[in-house]
Write a protein that binds this ligand. Structure first.
Ligand code: GLA
Length: 683
């Protein structure tokens, strides 16, 4: 059985234990040998298979852990039918296992338009008794990279998200996850898995935005390394009542010749499969006033900022936190989603009208999943927050998390969104979530241990509501920076705020990690006045450097424009205009990252068939020519002038094509931009 993708084919064979992924390569690839016999192992343990359970196999971690009322654990899975079906560009394998009151169907689906292959499972109760699933991963990826693996992950913390880490795993289990109710700053749900020596690489991502778990299991000396992922299996327990079923989140896997190519395969998949459209409407140049005002929101001040934002070319003006009732600091008001009359005596209309009068769209910030204890919402509904019985409530940023899985809480948020977006001329929404869940659960509810699944599904429904009922609203996902960066968030949002860190060199490092798995068209990035906190050895950078960092994705500005000198605002206006010229290439282009942001020189290249855009960042006066594969001479070169405009630098010479391109004004700049247009293609 074969599942074709854009540039490869997955071949499945069926054994007595059920189907397994035999090989994956450009033409199916060579089949790695199946272990014929392993001494001191059961037959089931010796065979690769899409899904296993404790009770069926015992060497690898099972994807399914079942507990029953009588204390028995596990399930003996017996393979049933395996079928394959085609629907347009998609091919889907469906494989069934049954045993002891359970039916498990694993789906594997590929698409010839991209290279990511989805896998998920439906677990259905066919018995008479309730069961508890303490782990329910949607099948596993048994990848032929062993023995052992070189595993790559994106790790971090607040303000330092998505830092690439690599682990040499000769044997053992590499485990990452989140117990925080959100994807988390700690790990992104994506790994790369490559042989410890030799060619070929795989990546696996979990498409889920609540608590989660992912493991890379390298049994000693085994040819295959098993990657499994799903909802959190530490605190989350799913009650499966008789006749009920649970559909797992999807994992996606990609195969490539090397780890670097995996990023481009992810981007292509995300652009084709997850992005709602390619218009610039949903990728506008934003001005966000948070860094300029924080909670001190005043109409006249915002209008003054809006005037300056319009003058530099911003397309949307976003009013961040601080606009709603009683929100004078982070200690009060959260949950009371009506405009603060002390700050806006005539409502939002005067500000929105002013912003619209400057030719910009208007956007606003919300954080619907949380509440301050000092709020009317909490005073009215103290029972709506997560709490573990009498255990004292824990605050983080002075707030609690609402139990969004409760229908009345979801309905409250839906009403709030409809009211806010329906009554006001708002076309950009930034949705934030600023604390982890520490006491999730609903102690008296038999389904209370599924809180993170219910919460996450409600969050998805609310995002879908916004998209369906207010399709012109651009959606920015945020969770105190990059706490919710994953494939399902990408599917339902237009841009993602990758981090609260906007110091330019620190930000560049975060973006380098972001781009290893997530496409540039989601990368919301603003130019602010914030200094670097970590990468300070080379001192402050130029305004052009700051802009080019933000131009690596969806450009925004968040600095205090009233404090910027006129020359900076002039330069900013030119750089915004330059960005608009290259925006399509940045959003659509193939991304090639040259080096590492910690290097003396680092570049990010965006490539379409007609044009390349290259952002170059340097340190300590270091200047190297930028070498680009596939530039042969004769292409038209433009570089960035000191005034922020693109300047004609003539045709690329044969020497430059061979030796590399010098960035313009190389003696005086810490960052530069090259635009290379193929002969015959218009600019
Ligand atoms: C979080 C976000 C910021 C900003 C503040 C407002 O930290 O990540 O961008 O919106 O909240 O309180």
């Amino acid at each position: 059985m074969r599942i074709p993708t854009a540039s490869g084919t997955l071949v499945f064979d069926v054994t007595e234990a059920g189907p397994y992924l035999r090989s994956w390569g450009p033409d199916g690839g060579p089949p790695p040998p199946l272990p014929a016999h392993v001494p001191f192992a059961t037959r089931a343990d010796a065979q690769p298979v899409l899904v296993t359970a404790a009770g069926t196999r015992h060497v690898h971690r099972g994807e399914l852990l079942v507990r029953r009322a009588d204390g028995r654990t596990g399930v003996r899975l017996v393979p049933g039918e395996t079928t394959i079906s085609e629907d347009g560009t998609r091919t889907r394998l469906s494989a069934v296992w049954r045993g002891e009151g359970l039916e498990v169907t694993v789906y594997v689906q590929g698409d010839t338009r991209n290279d990511a292959v989805a896998q998920w499972a439906q677990v259905r109760s066919t018995g008479e008794e309730p069961m508890w699933l303490t782990r329910a991963f949607g099948g596993a990826w048994d990848l032929p990279v062993g023995p052992g693996a070189r595993v790559g992950a994106l790790a971090g913390e607040w303000s330092r998200e998505l830092t690439p880490v690599t682990v040499d795993l000769p044997a053992g289990t590499f485990a990452i996850g989140s117990r925080q109710g959100v994807t988390s700053h700690t790990y992104a749900p994506v790994v790369t898995v490559a042989p410890r020596e030799g060619e070929g690489a795989y990546a696996v991502a979990l498409a889920w935005s609540g608590s989660w778990s992912m493991t890379v299991d390298a049994a000693p000396f085994a040819d295959r390394v098993r990657v499994g992922a799903g909802t959190d299996d530490e605190t989350g327990v799913i009650l499966l009542e008789p006749g009920a079923s649970f559909t797992t989140p999807r994992t996606y896997a990609i195969r490539s010749e090397n780890v670097d190519d995996l990023s481009r395969a992810w981007h292509a998949f995300e652009r084709i499969e997850l992005r709602r459209d390619s218009s610039t409407h949903h990728h506008p140049v934003v001005y966000n006033s948070w860094y300029a005002t924080e909670f001190d929101v005043q109409v006249d001040h915002q209008l003054a900022l809006a005037e300056r934002a319009a003058a530099i070319g911003a397309e949307v003006f976003v009013l961040d936190d601080g606009w709603f009732h009683g929100r004078t600091s982070d200690a009060s008001g959260l949950g009371d989603w009506h405009v603060d009359r002390a700050k806006f005596p005539d409502g939002l209309a005067p500000l929105i009208d002013g912003v619209r009068g400057h030719g910009m769209r208007f956007g606003i910030w919300v954080e619907p999943e949380c509440v301050n204890s000092d709020s009317d919402l909490f005073r009215t509904h103290p029972d709506w927050v997560y709490r573990a019985g009498d255990r004292p409530l824990v605050t983080s940023r002075n707030q609690y998390v609402l139990d969004l899985g409760r229908p009345e809480v979801e309905a409250f948020v839906a009403d709030m969104l409809r009211d806010l977006l329906g009554r006001n001329d708002i076309s950009y929404l930034k949705w934030d979530m600023n604390r982890p869940v520490s006491d999730g659960g609903r102690p008296t509810d038999p389904h209370g241990s599924e809180w993170s699944i219910q919460h996450t599904r409600a969050y998805y429904r609310l995002l879908e509501l916004v998209r369906a009922e207010f399709p012109y609203v651009t959606f920015e996902a945020c969770a105190s920076g990059g706490g919710r960066t994953d494939l399902e968030v990408l599917r339902r949002s237009d841009v993602v705020w990758a981090s609260d860190e906007t110091g330019p060199r620190d930000r560049l490092a975060i973006q380098h990690g972001f781009l290893s798995a997530y496409a540039a068209s989601w990368l919301s990035s603003w130019v602010t006045d914030e200094p670097d906190r970590l990468d300070t050895d080379d001192g402050p950078v130029s305004l052009t450097f700051r802009f080019l960092v933000a131009m690596c994705g969806v450009l925004g500005v968040g600095g205090d424009l009233l404090a910027w000198p006129e020359q900076d605002r002039k330069l900013a206006a030119s750089l915004v205009a330059t960005y608009r010229k290259i925006r399509e290439v940045v959003l659509e282009g193939e991304v090639h990252r040259h080096g590492d942001p910690a290097d003396q020189q680092y570049a990010v290249e965006y490539r379409t068939p007609e044009q390349r855009v290259v952002m170059v960042f340097t340190r300590g006066g270091h200047r190297d020519p930028v070498r680009l594969t596939g530039v042969s001479g004769g292409e038209h070169l433009e570089t960035l002038g000191p005034d922020g405009t693109l300047q004609d630098a003539g045709a690329v010479t044969a020497g430059q094509a061979a030796e590399g391109l010098w960035a313009a004004h190389r003696a005086a700049r810490d960052a530069d931009l090259l635009v290379i247009t193929n002969r015959g293609a218009g600019t």
